[in-house]
Design a protein around this ligand. Structure first.
Ligand code: GDP
Ligand code: MG
Length: 163
């Protein structure tokens, strides 16, 4: 596979909701890998005539916070290896959490295009709150709502330019 977009971020930011929105039109989840690579979901999508695959990284691990963080680290590492571009999702409702900062620090070393995507910006009142995430200092900045779809077109325009 080529043209791979990996969606990474801590649990509950809306990665799977975004993934489902991106692959919906094709309704083609082509693979679900478990075991060593854990539960990454692969789907196909296209935008402006360009086809790409999307990886939804997990968040299925249960256990202590330590195990959880280790799991996220693994997921991010795997995604980084495979991806051509990385969509780093954060949550405007929660603001910046320590785990966001950890993921950001992992991504900082990566020499691939990164999109900093503030999710759950469901209305314009939340645009101001989203600005806080500029402090993570990472990637091209977008605000979206994975639930109502706002902002996702602009994001996709930019993502496929890098494919
Ligand atoms: P993941 O753990 O990162 O995959 O997050 P999920 O996609 O499972 O979403 C976590 C929760 O956030 C769910 O209750 C979603 O319905 C909610 N959610 C996801 N996207 C949005 C959004 O754009 N706006 C709002 N208000 N909630 C969202
Ligand atoms: Mg998920």
């Amino acid at each position: 596979m080529s043209n791979i977009v990996a969606i990474v971020g801590r649990p509950n930011v809306g990665k799977s909701t975004l993934f489902n929105r991106l692959v919906q039109r094709r309704d083609a989840i082509v693979d679900s890998v478990s075991g060593v690579t854990r539960d990454r979901h692969y789907g196909k999508s296209d935008w402006n005539g360009k086809e790409f695959s999307v990886i939804d990284t997990g968040g299925y691990a249960v256990g202590s916070d330590d195990i959880f963080e280790e799991e996220i680290r693994k997921q991010v590492d795997l995604a980084i290896d495979e991806a051509d571009v990385i969509v780093f999702v954060v949550d405007v409702e929660e603001g910046i959490t320590p785990m966001d900062t950890e993921v950001a620090n992992l991504l900082r070393k990566v020499k691939k295009p990164i999109f900093m995507v503030v999710n759950k910006v469901d209305n314009s009142m939340r645009e101001d709150d989203a600005l806080e995430f500029y402090n993570l200092g990472l990637g091209e900045f977008f605000t979206i709502s994975s639930i109502n779809g706002s902002g996702t077109g602009d994001l996709l325009d930019a993502v496929v330019k890098d494919l």
